[in-house]
Design a protein around this ligand. Structure first.
Ligand SMILES: [Zn+2]
Length: 129
């Protein structure tokens, strides 16, 4: 099973109550060590939820890993979705090499994190020293 298929298995929307839904989006991260971590989105009233990528990153960090080789997030139909700006930034701050992480941004279209975050503020700060 590939990374996208693993994520797609988890993208099953659940409406918990009038305020909380989860699982609309699922993500899978493959680390540099080859381990796969997954996460699901949580959407709540008052914007207290988080993205599926954020959840997968948390799971990865829980196991002491932070170097990302590949990432994919999918909707409930299994279509690849590009990570939001917050998740791009989160993954980029974990390790410099994560800028080379391969991300499926649309079905069959892959970009590196670096391509999604041009003129990264960390790189710019280092260049200006
Ligand atoms: Zn996000």
């Amino acid at each position: 099973m590939n990374l996208k298929e693993i994520a797609a298995q988890l993208a099953t929307p659940v409406l918990l109550n009038d305020y909380v839904a989860y699982g609309d989006v699922a993500a899978a991260i493959e680390t540099a060590d080859g381990t796969i971590y997954t996460g699901i989105s949580i959407d709540t009233a008052c914007s207290l939820g988080h993205c599926a990528e954020h959840s997968a990153v948390s799971e990865m960090l829980k196991h002491g890993e932070y170097r990302i080789k590949a990432v994919v997030a999918v909707d409930s139909k299994g279509n690849a979705m590009s990570p939001c700006g917050r998740c791009r930034e989160l993954m980029s701050q974990l390790a410099e090499e994560n800028k080379h992480a391969r991300i499926e941004v649309r079905n069959g279209i892959f970009k590196t994190l670096e391509e999604l975050l041009p003129f990264d503020w960390k790189t710019t700060a280092e260049e200006q020293r």
